[in-house]
Write a protein that binds this ligand. Structure first.
Ligand code: MN
Length: 247
């Protein structure tokens, strides 16, 4: 690792409405990047996504956090009534940043909504609602009363690539994960593959398929809520920081 810890940009959503507009980001993302040896830098949206992309030069890696659903128009579909928590400015900002990061080969870890946004930004599609599109699937949603680190289901690795490298596991190995999503990847983008699936077949991780490509990984679960107690989940953030530290 270089003498200067790598700077990891974390885009923020739009300010919350209220007497005082505030930006918000779960503290667990920040803690996970610090614990991995990086410096998290919170990046608010800009009305001009081009200007924001130009600022990407100042950073070594990109972390996309969770949040509301991405507008289905960005993957060529009309929104059903089940789409929730949309933030068009955040969608536009993050799609521009992810496309620029992929073009530059900037290391990228994306979480939950972030994994879905990575899928869309690279040309894939989502299931707008798992229960509707896949009625036999597990219930992947947050269950009231359960802690954020509740381990809901397993995921099995199905590709010997970046996720397997980061976790130190092989194809067929399983890890327990938390689950707080109602959408999932339907069609992975060109050049990407499903890296892990839940027992019901739902895609739980997405990565660039070529072994010599840049680090670009999306996970559907929330490793930031598991990292302090489950070292294999902390290893996802260490993988991002390690790749971001490479010249
Ligand atoms: Mn899940």
């Amino acid at each position: 690792m270089s003498a200067c810890p790598p700077l990891i940009a974390i885009p923020l959503g739009s300010p919350t409405d209220g007497a005082t507009s505030l930006y918000a980001l779960g503290a667990a993302y920040v803690a996970a990047i610090y614990a991995a040896g990086g410096v998290p830098v919170l990046l608010p949206p800009d009305d001009d996504p081009t200007a924001l992309v130009a600022r990407l030069d100042a950073f070594d890696g990109l972390l996309l956090a969770g949040g509301g659903d991405v507008l289905p128009e960005f993957y060529g579909q009309s929104a059903t009534a089940l789409v929730q928590g949309v933030d068009r400015a955040r969608d536009l900002t993050e799609i521009a940043l992810v496309q620029a990061a992929l073009e530059r080969g900037m290391p990228l870890l994306s979480i939950c909504r972030g994994a879905q946004l990575l899928c869309i930004a690279a040309g894939g599609t989502l299931h707008q609602d798992i229960q509707t599109n896949l009625p036999c699937a597990l219930d992947h949603r947050h269950q009231p009363g359960r802690p954020r680190d509740h381990l809901s289901h397993t995921v099995a690795l199905e590709h010997s690539g970046q996720l397997a490298w980061a976790l130190g596991l092989g194809v067929g190995d399983e890890v327990h994960v938390n689950s707080r999503h109602h959408q999932a990847v339907d069609t992975p983008p060109p050049d990407f593959c499903a890296a892990a699936r839940a027992p019901d077949g739902v895609i739980e991780a997405l990565e660039l398929a070529s072994s010599n490509s840049a680090f670009a990984l999306g996970v559907q679960w929330h490793p930031e809520d598991l990292a302090s107690r489950h070292d294999c989940m902390a290893s996802l953030f260490r993988a991002l920081v390690r790749r971001a530290a490479q010249p």
